[in-house]
Write a protein that binds this ligand. Structure first.
Ligand SMILES: [Zn+2]
Length: 123
């Protein structure tokens, strides 16, 4: 499932109000168009339609490829120093489905779109 909700943003440069789509998870099997966006670092970001200012909302999302059985947690680049903490939190907070998933799959966390790209080449 691709989870989405919309957040209203007020542009700091031109005061224009516009909406940004926010994803908690991105299912590239059901929404293949989101794969290119994820690789370009365009998930949870938006561009002001009036002045083209770019806004990135620093929110982690889950990259899910059902066909290849891949789940990757993509965190903002600047959270890299919290890697160990994040890993622990994810393992502790996951529900039943994730507990079963982790029995057969490693927990994969990346920081930023570049690392996601590299990781997908390896898998
Ligand atoms: Zn603007």
């Amino acid at each position: 499932m691709t989870l989405i909700h919309r957040a209203k943003i007020k542009c700091e440069k031109c005061d224009n109000e516009f909406e940004i789509a926010l994803y908690g998870s991105v299912n590239v099997t059901l929404n293949p168009e989101l794969k290119a966006k994820a690789l370009k670092g365009e998930i949870n970001s938006g561009i002001c339609p009036r002045c083209n200012a770019r806004y990135e909302i620093e929110l982690p999302f889950l990259y899910h490829d059902m066909e290849k059985e891949i789940m990757i947690w993509v965190f903002p680049e600047k959270e890299r120093e919290r890697a160990e903490e994040i890993k622990k939190e994810l393992l502790e907070s996951s529900g039943e489905f994730m507990r079963i998933w982790f029995k057969e799959h490693p927990l994969i966390i990346v920081f930023g779109a570049e690392e996601l790209k590299e990781k997908l080449k390896e898998l």
